[in-house]
Design a binder for this molecule. Sequence first.
Ligand code: AFD
Ligand code: MN
Ligand code: MN
Length: 430
Amino acid sequence: MTTQIDAGLVDEANQQGAAHLQADYDHLGAVLARRGIDIEAITEKARDFAVAVPSWGTGSGGTRFARFPGPGEPRNVFEKLEDCAVIQQLVRCTPTVSPHFPWDWVDDFSELRQHADALGLGFDAVNSNTFQDQPGQPLSYKYGSLSHTDPAVRAQAVAHNLECIEWGQVLGSSALTVWVGDGSNFPGQSHFQYQLERYLESARAIYDALPADWDMFLEHKMFEPAFYSTVIQDWGSSVLCAMELGDRARCLVDLGHHAPNVNIEMIVSRLIQFHKLAGFHFNDSKYGDDDLDSGSLHPYQQFLIFNELVDAEQRGQAGFNPAYMLDQSHNVTDPIESLMNSAEEVQRSYVKALLVDREALYAHQEANDAMLATNTLKAAFNLDVSPILAQARVLEGGAAQPIAVYRASGYRCAVDKQRPSSGQSGSGIV
Ligand code: AFD
Ligand code: MN
Ligand code: MN
C-alpha cells in the first residue's frame, strides 16, 4: 500500500512523545479503574470506530460570497483520495470516503476503485446532486428536481440518482444519500402537498431501483437554497417519506440542518426507536448550515448525541447500524487538518459516551433524580480522553499528534507544486 507521508516520520514523532503518552494513559487508566472501567476495553472500541470523509471536504469551501482556494487543492477525485489517504494514515479512523456526483464522476469507476484500494481506502454512501445544473444538462433544476412540476425534469433527476447507484456499485458502496434543494422562496409559490407528492413519486422510482443490498438515506435540511419552504425540511418530513418508501429508506441527520436550539439528540433517539436512523453528517454550527468543524462549538451536544447512540448499541437495539460521515466546509483552515481534527472530535464524543455509568443513569432516571442523572453524564463528558485517542491511533499505526506530523511532513507544500491550479477544482462545497 502506498503511504502518503513518510512512515519513518510518524514513528519518530510517536517515539518522541511515547513516554508522556504512556504516563498520561496510565493515569487515565487508574482514574477509570476507580470507576470500574477497563481502559484497554475502551481503547479497543476507539480502535474500531470509523467515520467517513466527504470527498468534497478536501478542498476549501466557500460561501455565497466567495471561495478562497488554498494551496495544492485536489483538482479531481484521484487527488481528493490522495488527501483522504493522508488523513487516514495519520488518524486511522477514516477508512472510507463518501463521493459526490457528478463532482467525482470519472469515465472508469473500476480504475477509481483500484486507486482507492492502493491507498487503503474504501467508499461509503454516494451522494447525488440535483441542486445545481451541470454543463450540457438538457433541463434546469432552477425550480426543483425530484419535486419539479415538469415530469421531464423529475425524470432527469431520477435518472441521475440511478446512475449514482450504478457508479456506487462499481465502487463497492451500498447506500445512496439524497439531499435535494427543492423548495420555494415565496409564500404561494408551490403547493406544499402536491410538491411533496411529486417528490415521493420520484423517490419511489429511485427506491424501487435500489440493488438488494443497498439503502437510501434521506437527508433533511431546514432552508437554503430555498428560503421560504423546503420539501424535506425537517426530520418529520424525512421520516414520513422514509416510512412511505419502505424499510431501506432511512433518515440522515446532518447536525447543521436544524433550527437553532433544536434538541437533536432527542430526534436521534426517536429515529433509533423506529429503526429509521440512517446515519450522520457531522459538523458544527452556530447559525444554520455553517458546516464548521465537528465539535468546534458544541462538543457537549455531540457527546449527548453519542450518548444516545452508545445507549442503543449497548441495549442491542435491533437494526441499529448508523453510518458516520463528516460533512464540512473548510473556509479558513487547511482541509486536511480540519478533517483530521473533526474525525478525532467525533471519535472523542463516542469514547466519552462509552464512559457513561449507564446503570447509575437509569437508576437516577427511575428515581427522578435530575441532579444526579445529569451529573452522571457530566462525569463522563468532563474526563479528558485524549490519551485513549492517541493510544488508539498509535496502536493502529497512525500518529499520536496528527496535525504536528502533517505539518512536519511538508505535504501541503509538496502538493502545491504538483497540482498547478486548473481553475476548476470541483472540491469544496458550493
Ligand atoms: C448540503 C448538504 C448535503 C449536500 C452538500 C452539498 O449538507 O450533504 O450534499 O451540502 O454541498 O448542505
Ligand atoms: Mn450534509
Ligand atoms: Mn449541509
